[in-house]
Design a protein around this ligand. Sequence first.
Ligand SMILES: Nc1nc2c(ncn2[C@@H]2O[C@H](COP(=O)(O)OP(=O)(O)OP(=O)(O)O)[C@@H](O)[C@H]2O)c(=O)[nH]1
Ligand SMILES: [Mg+2]
Length: 373
Amino acid sequence: MGKRRDGREAAVQFLFAHELHSEHSAAEQSAFWEIHSAKASVRAYAEELIKGVLTNLEQIDAVISPVVENFRIERLANVDRNILRVAVYELLHVPVVPAPVILNEAIEVAKNLGGNESGAFVNGVLHRIAKTIRPKASARPAVSSIVQVTRDHVRKILPEKASPLSPFEDGRPKVLLIVGVNGVGKTTSTAKLAYLLQKAGHKLVLAAADTFRAAAVEQLEVWSQRLNVPLVKGPPNGDPAAVCFEGYERAIKTGAQFLVCDTAGRLHTKHNLMEEMKKVHRVLGRKDPTSPHEVILVVDATTGSNALQQAREFHKAIPLTGLIVTKLDGSGKGGVLVPIQQELGVPTRFIGLGEKVEDFQLFDPKRFVEELL
Ligand SMILES: Nc1nc2c(ncn2[C@@H]2O[C@H](COP(=O)(O)OP(=O)(O)OP(=O)(O)O)[C@@H](O)[C@H]2O)c(=O)[nH]1
Ligand SMILES: [Mg+2]
């Protein structure tokens, strides 16, 4: 809307400056644009308004006059008169711009050029005029205002800010259980979390609880060596709950503030795998009944709405406390996190933006909404 706003202001300035002349010649306009340097799009809109106001002046003034009954139109302050004329022209002839936008921006221009009194006057007059020529039902909102309304709506669904991970003050380790379907980025996200926590000065332990595949343990082991973070692992095909439990003990022993448990990918439709995850959850609660303190579901932004079904099923099995949305560097925008928040109340905490450990951020709802729509 910037071009329209600036265009309006320029049009008012032109009309204001040239009102006393009976002719608004092309030469006058080009002289005006020489001193009033503006972007081509601003100038184009201003010229449209100038032309529109001048060719429809009688009609426009006929709309304004009855509303300003105490003043005759020619007695109004020049600046107010021309602001009203431009706005009324738009209300009558530029249907793509919604009335509230025209009004708000005209009032802004009035305040800017004529001060608060001008703003209040223009406000009062335009509201009365808009009611008659743009009753709500017929006002067609512009696409941009629909986007804004949708953005505002989504913003209200999402929390103001994502909560970061902070350690317990009493020294207990905070336990994070990372879960999700196959290949979404659990192991990578575990490493990224480790990097983030370490950078924040915290001590941590990693548990490689994906005991299904030897390669999975190796993958996390490589990360742990690279980051120089202790790792607990079990025998191949061992019990993942036992690995997590051992991780917890190691965290206690070494005074780590965090334990991050990477788990095997599991389809939310596979009953036995979901039961196995519940067992991990139960066993982690043995020493500290509030553990795991965070159960984070990792979802892949490129899988679309299937992630909602995943979230429902995982949340049913063990209550989730947060979401990591990965692969936002790809084609997916992660819009599915909105219904997950709305339906399940599970907030997005972090986002993954690539394969490197640094490609990870605390979720920023405001920025997300801007990029989504
Ligand atoms: N572009 C991109 N790739 C990612 C991101 N996160 C993970 N990956 C890649 O996705 C692939 C799978 O990542 P993993 O971390 O192994 O996924 P996982 O969920 O642990 O997989 P399983 O353990 O097999 O279930 C790897 O090639 C990662 O490099 C991300 O945010 N962006
Ligand atoms: Mg993995």
